[in-house]
Design a protein around this ligand. Structure first.
Ligand code: PLP
Length: 475
């Protein structure tokens, strides 16, 4: 091939790169437009043969090289394309950085069309404050959506849990029961209040709080002569807990439920919105949740006094006086009017987001249905789950455990996570009481084998298929 011909081919391809192969189809080297430019500057003629080029050894990879390794090579050599050769040295593919450098994350924010409008309105009217019209509207719109009377928008889901505990009177020396299989934010506010958490196991059917374990914990508490001040029931990965069974027990002892629905906005239990069953309910709008305000939370209740008290405590507990007067200790927990604007826009697309996450789950389920040792988080008849995260257990027959799997995902630039590490196994809570579902601790087992797959509402089918491929290769 002449230099002229090579330049023509290069011009047509638009890749900025030629791949030279010999008569047998074996890969020889790459030629970039820079290589040709240098030849011309050195005085080589357009009619000269390409063979006059100095020899170089091009960077190639073989089939089966991980995405992470390929990207590292591209970065190390400052190149954007790498040819792939098979064992016989034949060219099979050429990889493009734009395609390789696509990370798949667990759950990312997904904005709609109207968030910016609400935020701009806040700027236009100079409502750059905690409180304001977006906050009021966000509270009302969320309350209407889930079918509850009152709501208080706050700076995080954690803040909402903390306020809930204050409102039901949890204080120093009290005991609070809490689901063990959850994020630390469910339990930490118990300790903020100087109270002691007692952790309750999950049941297999919903992965949420086991009524059997809860009953056992109450029997123990009764014998001690000290009932808990509250029970924090967590709705995991977009699915409600078995609220009827849990409420029956709590009502019997007259102990209020705080429903941690941080992960389950949009889900229902027997047709009623998750988060509306307890004395107080909590939602989160953290960046990874089903809808987000970048950071934020909501406390909801049918009790007007509770929500009024929450707003009071969340704004530094200022007594109604012209001067600054305080009879109680408060917090700075209210949501900004700007972020509430993001929340109002996100509420408009909540149903779309729920449908998209459910579709992601169904694609995983369908694509992997022939693999026996994958068990999906069950969705009982009474539950309509948002599948905020697609969660499953993988019990490989080979020696691969879920940490090996996670490594394999990392090599392919896919973010996955084990199921929450139960609170009773956390170093910080190692001395806490714990009540199991049966002889076996269900949550320990779920932690050992459970895994959460990328589940964002903005994942493409191609992304889901990439995840499926890695699972197939490992399992
Ligand atoms: C995210 C989360 C929280 C905390 O919400 P933040 O808004 O991040 O403070 C609490 N509980 C559960 C179960 C969560 O997933």
């Amino acid at each position: 091939m002449t230099i002229r011909h090579a330049l023509e081919v290069l011009d047509q391809s638009g890749l900025g790169l030629l791949l030279l192969v010999n008569e047998d189809g074996q890969f020889e080297r790459t030629v970039t437009d820079g290589d040709l430019r240098r030849l011309l500057l050195q005085g080589v003629a357009l009619s000269d043969k390409l063979e006059t080029m100095p020899e170089i050894k091009s960077i190639v990879v073989t089939e089966g090289t991980t995405r992470r390794e390929i990207l590292d090579l591209m970065n190390h050599h400052s190149i954007n394309h790498i040819p792939v050769v098979n064992q016989k040295g034949k060219l099979v593919d050429v990889l493009d950085r734009k395609i390789i450098d696509q990370q798949i994350l667990l759950s990312t924010p997904h904005m709609g069309d109207s968030e910016k409008g609400f935020v701009e309105e806040a700027f236009r009217t100079n409502w750059i404050a905690p409180l304001g019209p977006n906050v009021d509207a966000f509270e009302q719109e969320l309350a209407d959506l889930v079918g509850i009377k009152y709501a208080a928008a706050v700076s995080s889901g954690t803040a909402a849990i903390h306020l809930a505990l204050r409102i039901v009177g949890v204080g120093v020396g009290d005991v609070v029961f809490c689901s063990t299989l959850t994020f630390a934010a469910s339990a930490n506010p118990i300790v903020y209040q100087g109270a002691t958490p007692v952790f309750i196991d999950s049941e297999d059917t919903s992965w949420n709080m086991s009524p059997i374990a809860l009953k056992n914990a109450f029997s123990w508490a009764e014998k001690q002569g000290k009932l808990p001040k509250a029970v924090i029931v967590v709705n995991l990965y977009g699915q409600s807990a078995d609220m009827d069974a849990l409420q029956l027990i709590c009502n019997q002892y007259d102990v209020p439920i705080i429903e941690d629905a941080a992960e389950s906005l949009g889900a229902t239990y027997k047709g009623k919105a998750s988060g509306t069953f307890g004395t107080l309910g909590v939602y989160s709008f953290n960046g990874n949740k089903i809808i987000t305000t970048s950071g934020g939370g909501m406390l909801v209740s049918d009790n007007a006094d509770h929500i009024e008290k929450a707003k009071f405590l969340a704004t530094q507990a200022r007594d109604p006086a012209p001067h600054y007067q305080h009879s109680e200790i408060g917090y700075n927990y209210r949501l900004s009017n700007i972020l509430a604007g993001v929340g109002r826009g996100q509420l408009k697309v909540l149903t779309d987001r729920v449908n998209a996450r459910r579709a992601v789950f169904h694609r995983y389920q369908e694509s992997l249905k022939d693999i026996e040792n994958i068990k999906w988080m069950p969705e009982p008849d009474w539950s309509y789950s948002t599948h905020w995260l697609t969660a499953c257990t993988i019990r490989p027959k080979s020696k691969i455990n879920n940490l090996d799997l996670i490594k394999a995902f990392m090599a392919e630039m896919i973010e996955v996570r084990p199921v929450w590490k139960p609170m009773h196994l956390q170093p910080v809570y190692k001395d806490s009481m714990y009540f199991k579902h049966s002889e076996k601790s269900v949550s320990d087992d779920l932690f050992e084998y459970g895994i959460c797959l990328p589940s964002g509402s903005n994942l493409s089918d191609l992304h889901v298929d990439r995840v499926v491929e890695v699972i197939r290769a490992c399992v």
